[in-house]
Design a binder for this molecule. Structure first.
Ligand code: DLL
Length: 433
């Protein structure tokens, strides 16, 4: 089912004209409402009249997380606090959190894009949707919640954690949809196995997973272990939260709700737009938000866009699975390494579990990488020689994929800490020195 066919299947010309009008309105509004933006535009020699269509977007200055921090907490709001009905914040690992304010209309828009996303994922109003994203300042729980209610499906607002209870409710309430981070989905699958739960007795059929990067190999693992279709959903608090884009049942890129969020891909070094279809950093301009519109916000997420119409009938531009973040990219002895590359290698090996931790240290001037990876129960109790062979196999495979040597440590199942939210897979001790 397509929730808003007129928009989701609009022609490129229709979409461009909607976007251009909304972009112009947004620029007018922020120029007059926020001295910070006005100053930035004046410095670039721009007035709102210079921004007539989406083609003019590239003239505008970028916004970064640092701009949000400089204006902490409410400096980029374009409306008085009396019109803000909700605040969310992303837990910055360093410094102050990033705060976002929503007006009533923003919450309606957010619900609409999440409802569209659920329909893309194949969810119907007769589904029972277990929301195991965290509720609170994190946008995952409440964002999906409002969109699910708007669709008319039944919500189980369980939030993250308490895995035994999650499984009990799936069995007793007959949840047909689970929403959580992909790493938590694996965690649930693991506990189910331990408890001897037969997935055939569950009604689960769809999982809507996001909030962290995950690979195709991880998708396969989750789909097999839970017996469901695993759909990728993307978003970030600064732009709205989950629902910025989502995959449809064809699982071939996430449809961006581009009548609200205008995407661009830039080269993170030169800051120039890349050629159509090329990989780069995703940048968004919100064109309908009232509370805190953002102009050319640099997400740091790496992806590329697909413009062709999808087999589902939607014409909304698609973004491929995120490769990671430009700031996730590790430079180890001069070589660029993404944690997703390591994940792909590990998931090809049936002997190991998809739970790993990468520790990077500096000894003198040399970077060293240690990978802790869990071995499956039946292999761990095996002979030392076999474990040694397995360790060598992983080491060789990683070396040929990454081009650097990695010190592989095989650990017992459950050694690596499980989380109910975003998984932490890298500890870079070089940053701590
Ligand atoms: O993670 C919003 C969200 C909640 C999205 C639930 C999907 C589901 P933040 O906490 O602000 O917001 O983190 C945003 O998480 O810039 C990406 O780096 C990463 N991210 C989010 N979704 C995906 C995804 C929420 N599907 C940051 N694939 C983003 C890869 C993702 N990375």
């Amino acid at each position: 089912m397509i929730w808003n066919e007129k928009i989701e299947c609009a022609t490129r010309d229709e979409m461009r004209s909607i976007q251009s009008k909304r972009l112009n309105d947004t620029v007018q509004r922020i120029y007059h409402a926020i001295p910070y933006y006005r100053k930035k535009m004046q410095e670039a020699g721009l007035t709102p009249h210079d921004i007539k269509s989406v083609d003019d977007l590239k003239k505008l200055p970028f916004t970064t997380k640092a701009d949000l921090r400089d204006n902490y907490p409410f400096g980029l709001f374009t409306v008085p606090m009396s019109e803000i009905v909700r605040l969310h914040a992303s837990s910055g690992t360093t410094g102050k959190p990033t705060v976002v304010g929503y007006t009533r209309k923003d919450i309606q828009m957010w619900s609409e894009v999440v409802t569209r996303s659920l329909c893309m994922a194949g969810v119907h109003h007769h589904d029972i949707v277990q929301i195991a994203y965290g509720y609170g300042l994190f946008t995952g729980g409440l964002g999906i919640h409002y969109g699910t209610e708007n669709l008319g499906a039944s919500v189980i607002p369980i939030s993250g954690g308490n895995t035994t209870k999650q499984i009990q409710l799936m069995e007793d309430f007959g949840s047909s949809v689970i929403c959580c981070t992909p790493s938590y989905a694996l965690n649930i699958a693991e506990v189910m196995k331990e408890q001897g739960v037969n997935i055939k007795n569950l009604k689960l059929r769809v999982g809507i997973f996001g909030a962290e990067p995950w690979t195709e190999a991880m998708r396969k693992e989750i789909e097999d272990k839970l017996g469901i279709k695993a759909i990728d959903i993307y978003g970030l608090s600064e732009i709205v939260g989950p629902g910025v884009s989502c995959e449809c049942e064809h699982q071939c890129g996430m449809h961006i709700n581009e009548d609200h969020f205008l995407p661009e891909i830039i080269d993170p070094e030169t800051l120039e737009p890349v050629a159509p279809g090329e990989m780069g950093e995703l940048v968004f301009t919100t064109i309908t938000k009232e509370g805190m519109p953002l102009i050319r916000y640099r997400t740091r997420d790496l992806t590329r866009l697909i413009e062709e119409k999808c087999a589902c009938g939607r014409t909304l531009v698609r973004m491929v699975k995120c490769k990671g973040r430009s700031d996730d990219m590790l430079i180890i002895r001069g070589v660029n390494v993404f944690p997703s590359q390591i994940e792909s290698v590990l998931l090809q090996m049936s002997e190991v579990e998809p739970h790993y931790l990468l520790i990077i240290e500096r000894e003198g001037t040399l970077d060293t990488v240690t990978l802790m990876v869990e071995v499956q129960e039946q292999f761990f109790s095996d002979e030392v020689r076999k474990l040694q062979e397995l360790r060598m196999k992983i080491t060789r495979q990683l070396e040929s994929t990454l081009g650097i040597s990695v010190n592989v440590k095989l650990v017992e199942p459950k050694t690596i800490e499980r989380t109910a939210g975003k998984a932490q897979r890298v500890i870079d001790k070089r940053l701590l020195i």
